[in-house]
Design a protein around this ligand. Structure first.
Ligand SMILES: *Cc1c(COP(=O)(O)O)cnc(C)c1O
Length: 404
């Protein structure tokens, strides 16, 4: 049976053209890019330089502003910890938001234990931060604002340009996790006033285990303290033998994204809109989570009221891959903290599914998705006493549930 993959925000498949570009660098072109004394090294270094240029071109940056890492998690860590270590004498205050990726939130938690003061901005019911609140949170000790470009669960796009302007006005560094935006929409950190920006290859049809941190080199020239000590690679900011093969793939993925993103996104957003509209027409009590006007074109996060998302996924998980708004912790299912931050009750958060489409999503995939969701939701609701009460007009918020 054909399987449908609508979980591209978790990872994307490698584009076959990316794999093809990488292959020689496993075998005949296996050199270490730091070997300066022979052609094996030169060849590898040349390949890395070329990829650095491909990636810089995609984000309108200088190749020297690209620091290679193992992925966006490491880039987030390097940006936050590296700035905190480097600028600690100036202050210890960092501003971020409650809906950031765990790679940012957990790093902030770690820095709080090291003496950082962290302000977590709330978001409104559409998932957006409040610019006035951001401005009010800035104090003389603020050294960094870290707000993501696009949210991984909802696709919501933050007002990065306005945030950049506020940071510039106050002379504060602005870091953005742009993992879900780079390669899908036009991303230009300099134009947005972003000084540090994290992204990763495997969310844009490149390989896993390779990412980058953009670090502004002029107006201002930013430095981060290395978190990995060793050979002084990557302008002293990230030591370790470069993942040449991965970097070559990342570069190819960036080139393909630059050339194809407009046509890809025009096609994908139509599929996304068809999925959304059809499900809203076919089913009752369907909600879209996150601001539809400020959202990535390939994502929709939908709640199917009175249907438990994890259970719903089980009705089709052999043939379709999605993510739910419930996170499996050790013992229980927790509602997604991102959806809770938007003000969704636990019930609506648990009834949500994230559809993230991609370059290889077809019309037929969307047909299958619509059919699977429609059948699954109708089936689950037909078995649900709560749905029956709702249909009978019972006001569920007024019902007192006895324990037994
Ligand atoms: C996937 C993701 C990450 C982590 O990237 P890795 O390369 O897997 O470490 C960080 N931030 C966001 C927003 C993501 O979607």
């Amino acid at each position: 049976m054909k399987r449908v993959y609508l979980d591209n925000n978790a990872t994307t498949p490698c584009d076959p053209r990316v794999v093809e570009a990488m292959l020689p660098y496993f075998t005949e072109k296996f050199g270490n890019a730091a070997s300066r004394s022979h052609p094996y090294g030169w060849e590898a270094e040349e390949a890395v330089d070329y990829a650095r240029e491909q990636i810089a071109t995609l984000i309108h940056a200088d190749p020297k502003e690209i620091i290679f890492t193992s992925g966006a998690t490491e880039s987030d860590n390097l940006a936050l910890k590296g700035v905190f270590d480097m600028y600690r004498k100036k202050g210890n205050h960092i501003i971020t938001a409650t809906t950031e990726h765990k790679a940012v939130l957990d790093t902030c938690k770690h820095l709080a234990e090291q003496g950082a003061e962290i302000t977590y901005l709330k978001v409104n019911d559409k998932g957006l931060i409040d610019l006035a609140e951001l401005e009010a949170a800035i104090k003389p000790t603020t050294i960094l604002v870290s707000i993501m470009w696009a949210n991984n669960e909802t696709g919501v796009i933050q007002p990065v340009k306005e945030i950049g302007e506020i940071c510039a006005k106050k002379g504060i560094l602005f870091m953005s996790d742009a993992t879900q935006a780079v390669g899908k929409i036009d991303v230009n950190p300099r134009e947005m006033g972003i000084h540090l920006m994290a992204f990763t290859a495997h969310k844009m049809y490149g390989p896993k285990g390779v990412g980058a941190l953009y670090v502004s080199r002029k107006n201002p020239r930013v430095k981060v303290t290395a978190q990995m000590d060793g050979g002084g690679h990557e302008r002293g900011m990230r030591s370790g033998t470069l993942n040449v093969t991965g970097i070559v793939g990342f570069g190819k993925a960036a080139e393909l994204a630059r050339k194809e993103m407009d046509q890809d996104m025009a096609r994908i957003s139509k599929l996304r809109d068809r999925l959304e509209t059809t499900l809203k027409n076919k089913l009752e009590e369907v909600y879209i989570n996150g601001d539809p006007a400020h959202r990535m074109p390939h994502v929709t996060n939908m709640s199917f009221k009175h249907v438990e998302g994890e259970g719903l996924m089980m009705t089709f998980n052999q043939r379709m891959a999605l993510s739910s708004g419930s996170a499996c912790t050790s013992a229980s299912l927790e509602p997604s903290y991102v959806l809770v931050a938007l003000g969704l009750g636990d019930d609506l958060a648990h009834s949500s599914l994230r559809f993230s489409l991609g370059r290889f999503t077809t019309d037929e995939d969307i047909d299958i998705a619509i059919q699977s969701i429609e059948e699954g939701v109708n089936h689950m609701r037909s078995l649900s006493p709560i749905w029956e009460m709702y249909k009978e007009g019972v006001d569920l918020s007024q019902v007192t549930w006895s324990p037994h």
